[in-house]
Design a protein around this ligand. Structure first.
Ligand SMILES: Cc1cc2nc3c(=O)[nH]c(=O)nc-3n(C[C@H](O)[C@H](O)[C@H](O)COP(=O)(O)OP(=O)(O)OC[C@H]3O[C@@H](n4cnc5c(N)ncnc54)[C@H](O)[C@@H]3O)c2cc1C
Length: 262
């Protein structure tokens, strides 16, 4: 059984983020990069499945990121993943979700897979669209927002979180899932894991290795960021001075009526 986990390298959550007004893209240079926190749950899910399946099951980390992201990938290896693939190429810069999913699908097909595990969303672009697009390009069933997963032979059984509860679903392998944090607390890398990660393989892949049929990067992007704006500043609250509770209640009712909320 070959499990692939997709991880994104994102700017540190606490870092000051800035958008370049000319390119309308997030400025990533000079900002510390970390493993997307949501992907730690994807790694945890994959490792739980590996722990249960035992011998013969491997977990490969796949990321599309700049070459400099190598050290961040090591964290996933230190947590217990077996090896990694780093898809990196200047021609990928400016890829939108379509291009990212298309290129990642080609990289994943090349390394082979039975199950792909994704996080639900990144902490920078936050579209949550990549898992669905990736499942489509891989031509496999995609189950999103999974909180519990089990493998029974060639069938995957999962619970999908919804607003009101959860759905029990199943599908044949190969398949793709995206997992929520309900899957379980992500494990910390042990000292042995950190030392062992230094010897694990991070295989480099470039666009030349993928021989894609369609352009990716900024030339292949199917979406365009037209404008960026800050949300309007929140208005100051209104303080009402009243003599007693009854007058206060009347003032609130009048205020809500004025706003057409009641
Ligand atoms: C016009 C345009 C240009 C852009 N140019 C750039 C650019 O130059 N550089 C850039 O970094 N971004 C760029 N982006 C953003 C980029 O398209 C998205 O970051 C990317 O498509 C993933 O979407 P997301 O972050 O919303 O992922 P989500 O759908 O929110 O993430 C869900 C899960 O998908 C997986 N995932 C997401 N991205 C990756 C990845 N790269 N590798 C492996 N797994 C992944 C992770 O498991 C993650 O938890 C651009 C976007 C647009 C619209």
């Amino acid at each position: 059984m070959k499990i692939v986990v997709t991880v994104k390298l994102v700017p540190d959550t606490n870092a000051d983020k800035r958008i370049d007004p000319a390119s309308k893209r997030l400025v990533r240079t000079g900002v510390e990069t970390v493993l997307n926190p949501f992907d730690e749950y994807a790694i945890e899910a994959a490792l739980q499945l590996k722990d249960k399946a035992g011998e013969g099951t491997t977990v490969t980390v796949v990321t599309m990121a700049p070459e400099s992201g190598k050290e961040v990938v090591r964290k996933a290896l230190a947590m217990g993943c077996d090896d990694a693939v780093l898809l990196s190429d200047d021609g990928l810069a400016g890829s939108d979700v379509w291009g990212t999913a298309y290129a990642l699908a080609a990289a994943i097909k090349k390394s082979g897979f039975d199950l792909v595990v994704c996080g639900t969303q990144s902490t920078d672009a936050i579209t949550g669209e990549l898992p669905g697009a990736l499942a489509e390009f891989l031509g496999v069933p995609g189950l999103t927002y999974v909180r519990k997963v089990e493998l029974n032979g060639t069938t995957l059984a999962a619970e999908r979180e919804t607003d009101n509860g959860y759905l029990k679903v199943s599908c044949p392998l190969p398949a793709l899932i995206s997992v929520t944090k309900s899957i379980g607390e992500a494990r910390y890398p042990s000292l042995k894991g950190i030392m062992g990660a230094k010897k694990k393989t991070i295989a480099p892949l470039t666009l030349a290795d993928l021989a894609l049929d369609a352009p990716v990067g900024s030339v292949g992007a199917k979406t365009e960021v037209l404008a960026l704006a800050q949300p309007p500043a929140r208005e100051k609250g209104k303080v009402v001075h009243v003599a007693d509770g009854a007058e206060g209640a009347r003032a609130i009712v009048d205020f809500l009526k004025e706003k057409k909320l009641i």
